[in-house]
Ligand binder design. Structure first.
Ligand SMILES: C[S@@+](CC[C@H](N)C(=O)[O-])C[C@H]1O[C@@H](n2cnc3c(N)ncnc32)[C@H](O)[C@@H]1O
Length: 213
């Protein structure tokens, strides 16, 4: 289920800053040559990530789930001058491609690209994070949140992708991933340490802001 019909999505993209030539090429190349290209954030969501990052001007960004690097490049557009982005992915097969994209984006010195299981790596990282993007395996969303929340600065933002899970969050009969997303959304809604808004963009982005308590 798409939240926006194709015509409205097209109209929204027509009234959104275009993708850079590099992002357009990554988008095209991913769709032509990589498995499951729907995982890539895409034009509209990419510009949303870029805009949010530019508003925050983060010194340190953590991304969980690099895939082909599209969202990492969008998020990095907002980095403060000395800022850094750490991005983690378990899939080592894409690493040559992704490193080449980061080079082409001029991000080699700003991006720390880690290959491995994020459930093991995240606990080894030091914050404070200004911005975190959770976009990896759905069954571990709550775990990733628990691992990062104390490392996010007060006023910092966590974005979690796919929280509408193609509308499956509304279905009575739920598979493992859907149950994990539903539990995650419920957990955030009940967490008094944060305020949150579910943005119905693409597959749903939960935007979570850590409060000063
Ligand atoms: C939805 S894709 C990320 C898309 C990317 N953020 C974008 O918007 O272009 C999810 C990625 O998470 C990775 N992943 C899945 N489980 C993981 C884990 N336990 N640790 C690290 N990465 C994982 C997958 O290999 C996949 O590349």
């Amino acid at each position: 289920m798409d939240i926006l019909n194709e015509d409205l999505l097209h109209y929204s993209e027509l009234h959104t800053t275009p993708e850079s030539p590099l992002l357009k090429a990554i988008n095209r190349d991913t769709h032509a040559k990589v498995m499951m290209p729907r995982m890539l954030s895409g034009h509209l969501q990419g510009r949303v990530l870029s805009m949010i990052s530019k508003l925050i001007q983060p010194k340190l960004i953590l991304e969980i789930g690099t895939y082909t690097g599209y969202s990492a490049i969008c998020l990095a557009e907002g980095l403060a001058p000395e800022g850094k982005l750490i991005t983690i992915d378990i899939n080592e097969e894409l690493q040559d491609k992704v490193k080449k994209y980061f080079d082409e984006a001029g991000l080699s010195s700003k991006v720390q690209y880690r290959i491995g299981d994020a459930t093991k790596i995240v606990s080894t990282l030091d914050g404070p994070f200004d911005l975190v993007f959770i976009d990896a395996d759905k069954e571990n969303y709550s775990r990733y949140y628990d691992m990062v929340i104390d490392k996010v600065r007060e006023g910092g933002i966590i974005l979690a992708d796919n929280v509408l899970w193609s509308g499956k969050v509304l279905q009575a009969k739920q598979d493992k991933d859907t149950r994990a997303i539903v539990e995650f959304n419920k957990k955030i809604q009940q967490d008094i340490r944060v305020e949150n808004v579910l943005l119905p963009i693409r597959d749903g982005i939960l935007m979570i802001r850590k409060l000063s308590l």
